[in-house]
Design a protein around this ligand. Structure first.
Ligand SMILES: NC(=O)C1=CN([C@@H]2O[C@H](COP(=O)(O)OP(=O)(O)OC[C@H]3O[C@@H](n4cnc5c(N)ncnc54)[C@H](OP(=O)(O)O)[C@@H]3O)[C@@H](O)[C@H]2O)C=CC1
Ligand SMILES: CC(=O)N[C@@H](CCC(=O)OP(=O)(O)O)C(=O)O
Length: 303
């Protein structure tokens, strides 16, 4: 039986990306899009009517609008996949990162409420969680995370600023060190303290590097770089969209632009390691991840 999907916020950056991905595989996976009349896209009654017809409602809205949308459609019986930050550490919602552990795909399949992970958080959790689980990184470790994103990560407003007004080549932001992805990064990495997280944006549309420097000499047992790599390789040996790669002397932020998977690397030398995750902020960091969650929620998966 076909799965009917309504994307609330279909005209935005993430919504459009999800719509394109659904259209590309609709026949193969028996997915049917329910689109709203553009003139009614902010009309609560029209949106609720479509939620009532949808097996899955995908929210591609700002956080407050996403919370309001759930209240609007809660009693229609539709399932929700939320791309915003609103519900990511809410215990009633399942975190939509299938690689979190072996049981996560099944939890996503069955859940009524699924939150799509944040782009930066996807890279950080993928690098940190296996090391914390293996005991290589103490749960109370003081971790620092740097990241650079393509400007599409800031949605339509930032895209317009960068493309029309000619924005800066590079800038740091979130300098109060309270970025909205910190709660999910901490919780799903298994850490007890918030990492120190410094995000930035470069003048390129899509792509992202999340990097985490580690003083191996200060970790219990003083692990070697090879130990760190082995833990990540074992954790992701069966993963469909995360791969552990050989280290390279240079990493370009746009490497994964246009792709829905993610590459992890460990580089450095004895005593010091740099963990990196390379992804597309709009792919594995947003719409690509959402597409896989839609497939899981409809009882399917990517090949
Ligand atoms: N861009 C990215 O890399 C990522 C974004 N996300 C998240 O996805 C969500 C959407 O972001 P993004 O696509 O970038 O943002 P955009 O600004 O590109 O799109 C947001 C869309 O939501 C619409 N919208 C806003 N308020 C309402 C409302 N009350 N009712 C109905 N529609 C509304 C907007 O319409 P209008 O423009 O007319 O106001 C616009 O079409 C956000 O929560 C964001 O944090 C998640 C991961 C990555
Ligand atoms: C470059 C830029 O501004 N990036 C956004 C994060 C991308 C995003 O929208 O993340 P969510 O998945 O949490 O919604 C930010 O830092 O707020």
């Amino acid at each position: 039986m076909a799965t009917h999907i309504f994307i609330d916020g279909e005209a935005g950056t993430t919504g459009l990306g999800i719509r394109r991905r659904i259209e590309a595989v609709a026949d193969r996976h028996d997915l049917r899009l329910l689109s709203i009349d553009p003139s009614q896209r902010k009309d609560p009654q029209a949106r609720r009517d479509l939620m009532a017809q949808a097996d899955i409602t995908v929210l591609c809205l700002p956080d407050d609008a996403a919370r309001e949308a759930v209240a609007l459609g809660q009693d229609t019986g539709t399932r929700f996949l939320d791309a915003s930050t609103a519900h990511r550490v809410n215990p009633d919602w399942v975190y939509g990162l299938p690689e979190l552990d072996a049981t996560q795909p099944e939890r996503i399949r069955k859940a009524r409420f699924v939150s799509n992970p944040g782009c930066y958080a996807t890279g950080a959790i993928a690098l940190l969680r296996p090391l914390v689980q293996a005991g290589l990184l103490p749960v109370d470790a003081h971790v620092a995370i740097n990241a650079v994103s393509g400007y599409s990560g800031g949605g339509r407003t930032m895209i317009e600023q960068q493309e029309q007004a000619g924005g800066p080549a590079f800038f740091l932001y979130g300098l109060n060190l309270q970025h909205k992805h910190l709660p999910e990064m901490t919780q799903y990495s298994g850490l007890t303290r918030n990492p120190l997280f410094v995000p930035s944006v470069g003048h390129f549309p899509q792509g992202m590097i999340v990097s985490i420097p580690l003083h191996l000499v200060s970790l219990p047992g003083v692990p070697m770089i090879e130990d760190v790599t082995a833990v990540l390789k074992a954790f992701y040996k069966d993963a469909k969209t995360i791969r552990v790669m050989e280290s390279e002397p240079k990493l370009v932020a746009e490497t994964m632009a246009g792709r829905d998977d993610m590459e992890l690397r460990v580089s450095g030398h004895s005593g010091q390691a740099l963990l990196t995750a390379c992804l597309d902020n709009l792919g594995k960091g947003a719409s690509g991840a959402a597409m896989r969650n839609i497939l899981l929620m409809s009882g399917q998966d990517i090949a």
